[in-house]
Each structure stands twice: as structure tokens, then as C-alpha cells.
Design a binder for this molecule. Structure first.
Ligand SMILES: Cc1cc2nc3c(=O)[nH]c(=O)nc-3n(C[C@H](O)[C@H](O)[C@H](O)COP(=O)(O)OP(=O)(O)OC[C@H]3O[C@@H](n4cnc5c(N)ncnc54)[C@H](O)[C@@H]3O)c2cc1C
Length: 334
């Protein structure tokens, strides 16, 4: 079996999802008998990441490195993938379940290859040679196994943090091949005209990077009140998120919306402030290891899923919580 993983990286950083994908690929390979795991790595000046990918499970790395790939366009990524698919003839292609790779590129590639795709997978098993892809359904209220019909290549996207990266093995060796693809000959249907780096300006960390997320809901009442959430987030080195009303009212950018129609996150700690805990919100936040809820309504549904609940107005809870967090952080610094 040949498994192709699709990895986009920046010059400085390899996303955590890259190593998670390789772990998923190795796991799938083991369950299917024998597999060769290929990593397609695209970005600007990304060659130095190749060795790291090999140490974490890739058998070979196909690198497409070009300054224009610092922020790749969907059509360009698709054209690269089509070339590589012809070269590798994979049985399975794995993508991270993010906006670009999983949301934009993978479904279009599935259409072009006329094959099936299962998105947001958290696991799989192999029965009689057939892969059963496991994914949450009904807003994460249930899990379902999906089968892709036919003998063609199978595509899947994997949920962030669903697979634990393999420890680095510096003795692993593999082949790195630099592919020369004429990017100038690819005309994107939807070209990138401008980039607005909203989250960097909004708050230091994006939801994907954060180990801790502090989210606010409708009960925060107005945009100015999010300043106190940002203060707490600063102390905890956390990202700031929001529920649908908070995003719709412009209190947080849409890239910081948590939930079914926003980001699915799985931080170590999720602090939900004045959020009722609707299923559509919790399907994005429910995988957090620890959920702390602050809500003035003791019957709010969030208390059914929270590990720690505080029934009070956020105005009473957040100021002492920030002071306490500052004291802990200062003590840790010694
Ligand atoms: C198809 C679909 C997709 C959706 N996708 C999403 C999604 O991706 N993400 C999402 O979040 N929602 C989504 N929603 C909306 C979702 O159903 C809820 O309406 C939404 O999550 C509610 O947001 P909220 O908890 O901030 O507001 P509310 O439900 O209005 O809750 C506000 C809470 O704040 C508490 N509160 C008020 N004042 C205070 C105070 N001073 N101190 C403490 N607590 C206070 C209240 O007790 C209440 O529990 C979706 C809905 C649909 C139909």
C-alpha cells in the first residue's frame, strides 16, 4: 500500500498536523499489512523540514519549494497534487482537517479523481482489507464508520490532535526528492489578491496553535468586554475564541469562532465564559481535555459537559481569576 500525506509548511515551522498525519499514515499502514508512507511537502524554503518528516515516519519526502508557495492557492496545490498522484499512484491520500488542505484542496481533488473522501476522521480500522474510516457525526453526538466504495484511491482528512505524533527516530533514513513543477504555467481560477492577517493583529495565538483557549459568548454583552478575556488569555498564553453570536457581532473574528461551523479545537484547557453550551458550540470544543465554564445560569447546558463549573456573573469571576493566574505564573517563573 502507498499512502501519500499532504503537508504545507512555512520556512520556520512545520505544523503539528504534519507529524500527526505521518502517525496516522504509519498506523494505517501497519493495520493494512505493509505500507510506504510518502510526504508531499510544499511551501517556501521548506527543504530543511524533510529530514524531520523522515525521523517522524515518512519513507520518502517529495518537496515542492517555491517563494509563491508561502501562501499556496488551492488551484496550485491541486495541480501539484495531481502531478504527484500520477507519480506515486497512492492507495490513500491523507490531509489535515484544516481550512486550506482539508476544507479546500482535498474535496476538490476527490472530485477530480472521481473518488470518495471522508472528512474529519479521528481513527480507522481495517476489516478484510477494507478501510473503515471513523468520524464524529450528528454534531459529535455519535461516531460512525464510513466505507469508500470502489477500488480507487481513498481520500481522508484527519482531525487535529486525533493522532499522537510518533517520537522522533534520528536513525530513520529515507529519500528526499525535489520536484520541479512549473508553477507559472498554473493559472488559478481564484487568485490570491491580498492577505489580511486578522488573527495576528487580533490576538497573539490562533486557535490551532493554542494549548489553552479562553472563549466568550453572547453573555459578554459587547465587544469592549472581550478585553478582559484577552487579558486572561495573555496571562495564560492562551488564544481567544468565541461562540457564534460573538463572531456574528464582530466581537471576535470568524477565524476565532469555535463550533460546528467554525474551528474544531482540542486544547488542554477550554475556558467558556458566558457561553450556554449549545451542541453546535460543543461539537467544536467538546474534545478539550478540561473544560471550565463560567455562567450565571446554573441550568446552562454547558455545566453538563464542564469538568469545573462556576455559577456566577463573569464580572465577579474574571478579575480575581486573572489575579490568581498572574500569581501562579509569577510563582512558576520563580
Ligand atoms: C446549523 C447551525 C450551526 C451552528 N454553528 C455554531 C458554531 O459553530 N458555534 C457556535 O458557537 N454556535 C453555533 N450555532 C449556534 C448555536 O446553536 C447557539 O445559538 C450558540 O452557540 C449560542 O451562543 P452563546 O452560548 O454565546 O449564546 P446564548 O445561548 O445566548 O448563551 C449566553 C449564555 O451567557 C450566559 N450569561 C449571560 N450573561 C452572563 C453573565 N453576566 N455572566 C455569566 N454568564 C452570563 C447565559 O446564562 C447564557 O447561558 C449554530 C447553529 C446552527 C443552527
Amino acid at each position: 500500500m502507498d499512502i501519500l500525506t499532504f503537508i504545507t509548511a512555512s520556512t520556520d515551522t512545520l505544523p503539528a498536523s504534519a507529524l500527526e498525519l505521518l502517525a496516522a499514515a504509519r498506523d494505517l499502514g501497519q493495520r493494512s499489512g505493509d505500507a510506504r508512507v510518502h510526504a508531499l511537502l510544499i511551501g517556501a524554503d521548506v527543504e530543511p523540514h524533510a529530514e524531520h518528516l523522515i525521523h517522524h515516519g515518512a519513507d520518502d519526502v517529495l518537496v515542492v519549494s517555491h517563494p509563491d508557495l508561502a501562501y499556496p492557492e488551492g488551484d496550485v496545490a491541486l495541480a501539484i497534487l495531481e502531478t504527484v498522484v500520477q507519480q506515486v499512484s497512492p492507495d490513500v491520500i491523507l490531509f489535515p482537517h484544516d481550512d486550506f488542505s482539508g476544507g479546500h484542496v482535498a474535496p476538490r481533488l476527490a472530485y477530480r479523481l472521481q473518488t470518495g473522501i471522508v472528512t474529519d476522521c479521528t481513527g480507522f480500522d481495517v476489516q478484510d482489507g477494507a478501510i473503515r474510516w471513523l468520524r464524529p457525526v450528528y454534531g459529535s453526538k455519535a461516531m460512525a464508520y464510513m466505507l469508500i466504495q470502489g477500488d480507487g484511491v481513498q481520500l481522508a482528512t484527519t482531525r487535529s490532535l486525533a493522532f499522537e505524533p510518533l517520537p522522533a527516530d534520528p536513525d530513520r533514513t529515507g529519500e528526499t526528492q525535489t520536484l520541479e513543477i512549473d508553477l507559472a504555467s498554473i493559472t488559478p481560477l481564484v487568485p490570491l489578491v491580498d492577505r489580511i492577517v486578522e488573527e495576528a493583529e487580533y490576538a497573539g495565538l490562533s486557535l490551532d496553535q493554542a494549548d489553552i483557549i479562553v472563549s466568550g459568548g453572547r453573555g459578554m454583552e459587547e465587544e469592549e468586554n472581550f478585553a478582559i478575556l484577552r487579558e486572561l488569555a495573555n496571562v495564560l498564553n492562551a488564544a481567544v475564541g468565541g461562540s457564534r453570536p460573538a463572531a456574528d457581532m464582530g466581537w471576535v473574528p470568524h477565524s476565532h469562532l469555535v463550533g460546528q461551523t467554525g474551528k474544531i479545537v482540542a486544547p488542554n484547557l477550554y475556558v467558556a465564559v458566558a457561553i450556554s453550551g449549545a451542541p453546535q458550540h460543543m461539537s467544536g470544543a467538546g474534545s478539550a481535555k478540561t473544560i471550565v465554564a463560567i455562567n450565571k445560569d446554573e441550568d446552562a447546558p454547558i455545566f453538563k459537559v464542564a469538568h469545573l463549573g462556576i455559577v456566577d456573573e463573569w464580572q465577579n469571576v474574571l478579575p480575581p481569576m486573572i489575579e490568581a493566574a498572574k500569581a501562579v505564573v509569577e510563582k512558576q517563573r520563580g
